[in-house]
Design a protein around this ligand. Structure first.
Ligand code: PMP
Length: 434
């Protein structure tokens, strides 16, 4: 009997080894990891260069509290992250995961205005169908009411606008350009309603991950969002915890939108699962406000800047660059999309095939014409996950219960080292499971 509280109160299979893109369980059964866990394992499992870096760091300094020391590993990672960051980013703040990064980014944004005496600002605007983490602050900005409902009152004054979700929300008569204006216009209307002087920031995932299944924005949506934030003097926080660090084919997903945020959160693919790590990337103006104000960021975690986590992340990022793996993300992403369209493009119960790079999803519908979702009570996504696991395939299921509105979807986010034959096997097993 297990003494662990498992998520679904049921014990999953026991993983005993993992190498490349394959897991093996205690019964000797193998599974292809077609989702990197939750879009985490970008290099696959057991990469010798990353393991060597972790061993070296463990021998050198395994842990150092950031109140006492910095380390070469943490400094090296900071330097690399800033060198590769979107324009204007000047510093990195290291934490241990995605929710921690989101919490820290929200507090940085709030303290930024407090340093300037604007303490009346307390509203944050986010989007429905987004996921920003499970801690109470992150939960408040996250877009699913069913996740938040039983934890009210929440810790942030968060307000939600519609996501940019073309399959569900773009009108048939509307061009992409018109839709971008309408969807971004929701932000402007919400700022007006709250009073720009009371708003801290807008938070969004450039490509929506877990809650809506790899939903990319329409062209120019984020350019308009950036412009609206600037015009109203509020900060733009991009949450790239899931879609970032190469997953969509560029190091940061926002590069494809031609914009840079004031604050950005990254995690998952940053350490590729070898160690728990996340970061907030912040721009010069936020750093300057702290430097010229209290000289302090009022935050901190015991394990932030963990040397072994930083060494692992640095090694992961070095391998991605050395082996030009983003080129493979783009090539195999295009191939995966093509194969998914072949397999599901005409399927009576698949309404949409979408995504960017190796971040692709299918959305399941009861009726292709009306886009009506399946009854959430049927838990179709969970069934597909179970059917896939039976066939030795790991896929990431979401939807169904999302406020009872949207259909089930299945997310694919395989490691960046995936090859054509792997993609063929993944799509064949998924077709069979669906
Ligand atoms: N933001 C986004 C966009 C995410 O996808 C996630 C995790 N799915 C988080 C934040 C929270 O990250 P973590 O689970 O590491 O706390």
């Amino acid at each position: 009997m297990t003494r662990l509280l498992h998520r679904a109160l049921k014990t999953p299979p026991m993983a005993v080894s993992a190498e490349g893109i394959t897991f093996t369980d205690a019964g000797g059964k193998t599974y292809i990891d077609a989702c990197g866990g939750a879009a985490v394992s970008c290099l696959g499992h057991g990469h010798p260069d990353v393991l060597a870096a972790i061993h070296r760091q463990a021998d050198q300094v395994a842990y150092a509290h950031t109140g006492f020391f910095t380390t070469e590993a943490a400094e090296g990672l900071g330097e690399r992250l800033v060198a590769d960051a979107p324009e204007g980013i000047s510093h990195a703040y290291l934490v241990s995961g995605g929710s921690e990064a989101v919490e820290a980014a929200l507090k940085m944004a709030r303290q930024y205005f407090a340093e300037k005496g604007e303490t009346q600002r307390r509203h944050v605007i986010a989007r429905r169908q987004s996921y920003h983490g499970n801690t109470l602050g992150a939960l408040a900005v996250g877009g699913n009411e069913w996740r938040r409902a039983q934890f009210r009152p929440l810790l942030m004054e968060a307000h939600h606008i519609a996501p940019c979700y073309a399959y569900r929300e773009q009108r048939q008569t509307e061009s992409d350009a018109e839709y971008a204006v309408r969807a971004a216009g929701e932000l402007e209307a919400k700022i007006e309603e709250l009073g720009a002087e009371n708003v801290i920031a807008f938070v969004a995932e450039p490509v929506v991950g877990a809650t809506a299944g790899a939903v990319p924005p329409v062209a120019d949506y984020f350019k308009r969002i950036r412009e609206i934030c600037d015009r109203n003097g509020i900060l733009l926080i991009l949450d790239e915890v899931m879609c970032g660090m190469g997953r969509t084919g560029t190091l940061h997903a926002c590069e494809q939108e031609g914009i840079a945020p004031d604050l950005m959160t990254i995690a998952k693919g940053l350490g590729g699962g070898y160690q728990p790590i996340g970061a907030v990337l912040l721009n010069e103006k936020i750093h300057d406000a702290f430097a010229q104000g209290s000289g302090f960021f009022q935050h901190g975690h015991t394990y932030m800047g963990h040397p072994m986590a930083a060494a692992a992340a640095l090694a992961v990022q070095e391998v991605i660059a050395r082996d030009d793996l983003l080129a493979n993300v783009r090539a195999m992403g295009a191939y995966l999309r093509e194969r998914l369209e072949d397999a599901f493009g005409q399927h009576a119960n698949v309404g949409d095939v979408r995504g960017r790079g190796l971040f692709q999803a299918i959305e399941l519908v009861a009726d292709r014409e009306t886009k009506a979702p399946f009854d959430p009570a049927a838990k179709l996504n969970k069934h597909i996950k179970a059917q896939a696991m039976e066939r030795g395939l790991m896929v990431y299921p979401m939807g169904g219960t999302i406020d009872g509105v949207h259909g089930d979807h299945v997310l694919l986010a395989p490691p960046f080292v995936v090859g054509r034959e792997d993609v063929d096997t993944i799509v064949a097993r998924l077709s069979d499971a669906v």
